[in-house]
Ligand binder design. Structure first.
Ligand SMILES: *Cc1c(COP(=O)(O)O)cnc(C)c1O
Length: 257
């Protein structure tokens, strides 16, 4: 089952990009605006960070490429982007196996709801998993052979509706303990998505309080994965360290235009 995909090399710092290198011909079809949007997002981010009195080094921008081609991710990689997000095993695999691409050296973050039977394969391919929301996922990951530790975020449900993913707050501490006991996972912190149709600010404020709570038992687990295209400014105000940005940088998926 798990032999279906080749394990990726152990983690190391991805090589720096060469933004001045000529674009390979097969990338010519990617919409040129994507690199402009990456740069525009970076300058919006700088502005918001200075409003919050925070530094750029505190924040990781993960570009979510889930509705887009490997070529689009490659263009962003060539522009220097190193962290990317996918929400399915299939999507992750498609990006990694895209022929002759540099994408194997990128850091891939798994951000989607994770099925137990796919957890081991995702752990082999991903740099980080942001959606650990039940102990059976950890049990499954601990049973596979890995040549690298995987960064892990415990996803919490801020609206108490776990069908959107996330552990109920009452069960968070027990799951945190389970991740801390895993030989394969390295607990980075908490992840959440803002409740639908509600103000993101109080939700992310609550997440920041929960983060302070887990740091009493796991002081290194100080990362907060929060903020998408529509609410990243609120997330930054409440301590987010990992922004998961899709459409603001990639553009809308072709089917939704
Ligand atoms: C798709 C997705 C994102 C990015 O969403 P945008 O609104 O396109 O920025 C972030 N986080 C999760 C969990 C997602 O599924």
């Amino acid at each position: 089952m798990t032999a279906e995909f080749e394990p990726v090399p152990a983690h190391g710092e991805p090589p720096r990009g060469a933004p001045s290198a000529p674009t390979p011909a097969r990338l010519a079809g990617v919409e040129a605006g994507v690199v402009d949007r990456l740069h525009a997002f970076e300058s919006d981010l700088e502005a918001q960070l200075s409003l919050c009195g925070r530094r750029r080094e505190e924040v990781h921008v993960i570009v979510v490429t889930k509705y887009h081609t490997p070529e689009l991710a490659e263009v962003l990689y060539a522009a220097g982007q190193r962290d990317f997000g996918e929400n399915t095993l299939q999507g992750l695999h498609a990006k990694l196996e895209a022929g002759g691409s540099a994408l194997e050296s990128a850091r891939w973050h798994f951000i989607g709801q994770l099925q137990r039977k796919k957890a081991g394969q995702v752990a082999r391919l991903a740099w980080a998993i942001h959606s650990i929301d039940r102990t059976e996922l950890v049990d499954r990951i601990d049973r596979v052979e890995l040549d690298h530790a995987v960064d892990a975020f415990v996803q919490v449900s801020l609206d108490g509706q776990p069908d959107r993913g996330g552990v109920l707050i009452e069960q968070m501490d027990a799951l945190v303990e389970r991740v801390l006991a895993s030989p394969h996972l390295r607990l980075k912190g908490l992840m959440a998505v803002a409740p639908l149709g509600a103000d993101a600010d109080p939700a992310f404020e609550r997440l920041q309080e929960l983060s302070a709570r887990i740091r009493r038992v796991a002081p290194e687990a100080d990362s907060i994965s929060a903020g998408m295209s529509g609410d990243w400014q609120a997330a930054l105000r409440h301590g987010a360290t990992h922004l998961r940005i899709g459409t603001a940088i990639t553009g809308k998926p072709v089917s939704a235009r």
